[in-house]
Design a protein around this ligand. Structure first.
Ligand code: NAD
Length: 254
C-alpha cells in the first residue's frame, strides 16, 4: 500500500503558472493526480510538465482579484468539476504581496491583497467543499500561508493581515468540515526563490540578512513544496487537520 498515492484524484491548484503553485502542481501530478489550474497568466510550462508525467492538465483563466466574490468563484469551481468530472483536492495557492510603508499604505494595496489572499480562499473552499460533500468521500484543502502568519513583517501590512487570517481560516474550516471527512491544513513557506521575493533577493543587504538567519542556509525552491503538499493531499494525513505546517528551512525554529 502506498499511502501517498494520488492516482485517479483531481487537484485544483490556483496560481500554478509559476513559482510554488507550479512546484506543487507538478508534485501532485508525480504522485498521480490530474491537475486543474486556475489563474490569470497562461500556464503552458506547467501543462508541459504535468502532461509529460502522463497526467491530465486543464486550465481555467480567471482573475482572482476581480472575481473574488462568492458567485464568480462558485461558477469557476462548477466549471472545473464539469471539466474534470470530480474534485478531490484544492490548493489555495494564488496570492500577491504589495510593499508600502505603513504610513502611506493605500486602499488598493489593502483591498487587492485581501481579495485574493483571504476572501478567495474562503469562497473557493466553500464551493469545493460542497462538491466534496455531494461526492460523499471527503476531500483535502490545502491553503498557502506564510511566515507572516506568525510574524509581523515590514512594509506589508495587508499581506501580514491576510496570511495571519489564512491560519485562522484553516482552523475554522477544519472544525466545520471534519464531520464530512474533509481535512483542511495550511503550508507556511519560508523564504522561497520565486517572483514574490524577487525584490528581496535583489536587495543585497536584505538578501544577506535573510540568508544568514535561515538555518538551512539557502532560499527554498518550488520543489521543496512537493513532499509537504503530497502528504497533506493524501491518505497519509487523514487524521491531520487545522494545522499550519512550516516549510522554512528552520526559520521559525531559530
Ligand atoms: P508568484 O508571484 O511566483 O506566484 C503567485 C501566483 O499567483 C502566480 O501563479 C500568479 O499568476 C497568481 N496570481 C497572482 N495574481 C493573480 C490574480 N489576480 N488572479 C489569479 N492568479 C493570480 O509567487 P509564489 O511565491 O509562487 O507565491 C505562491 C503563494 O505562496 C502565494 O500565496 C504567496 O503569498 C505564498 N508564499 C510565498 C513565499 C515566498 O517566499 N515566495 C513565502 C510565503 C508564502
Amino acid at each position: 500500500m502506498n499511502m501517498f498515492d494520488l492516482s485517479g484524484k483531481v487537484a485544483i491548484v490556483t496560481g500554478c503558472d509559476t513559482g510554488l503553485g507550479q512546484g506543487m502542481a507538478v508534485g501532485l501530478a508525480e504522485a498521480g493526480a490530474d491537475i486543474l489550474g486556475i489563474g490569470y497568466v497562461p500556464a503552458e510550462e506547467t501543462r508541459e510538465k504535468v502532461e509529460a508525467l502522463g497526467r491530465k492538465f486543464h486550465y481555467i483563466t480567471a482573475n482572482l482579484i476581480d472575481d473574488s466574490n462568492k458567485k464568480a468563484l462558485t461558477a469557476l469551481v462548477d466549471q472545473a468539476v464539469t471539466e474534470m468530472g470530480r474534485v478531490d483536492i484544492l490548493v489555495n495557492n494564488a496570492g500577491i504581496i504589495r510593499r508600502e510603508d505603513l504610513l502611506d499604505f493605500s486602499d488598493d494595496n489593502w483591498d487587492d491583497v485581501i481579495a485574493i489572499n483571504q476572501k478567495a480562499v474562503v469562497f473557493l473552499s466553500q464551493a469545493v467543499a460542497k462538491h466534496f460533500i455531494a461526492q460523499g468521500n471527503g476531500g483535502k484543502i490545502i491553503n498557502i500561508a506564510s511566515m507572516l502568519s506568525f510574524q509581523g513583517g515590514i512594509r506589508v501590512i495587508s499581506y501580514t493581515a491576510s496570511k495571519s487570517a489564512v491560519m485562522g481560516i484553516t482552523r475554522a474550516l477544519a472544525t466545520e468540515l471534519s464531520p464530512h471527512n474533509i481535512t483542511v491544513n495550511a503550508i507556511a513557506p519560508g523564504y522561497m526563490a520565486t517572483n514574490n521575493t524577487q525584490a528581496l533577493r535583489e536587495d543585497q543587504e536584505r538578501n544577506k540578512a535573510i540568508l544568514e538567519r535561515i538555518p538551512a542556509g539557502r532560499w527554498g525552491l518550488p520543489a521543496d513544496m512537493a513532499g509537504p503538499v503530497i502528504f497533506l493531499a493524501s491518505p497519509a494525513s487523514d487524521y491531520v487537520t487545522g494545522y499550519t505546517l512550516a516549510v522554512d528551512g528552520g526559520w521559525l525554529a531559530r
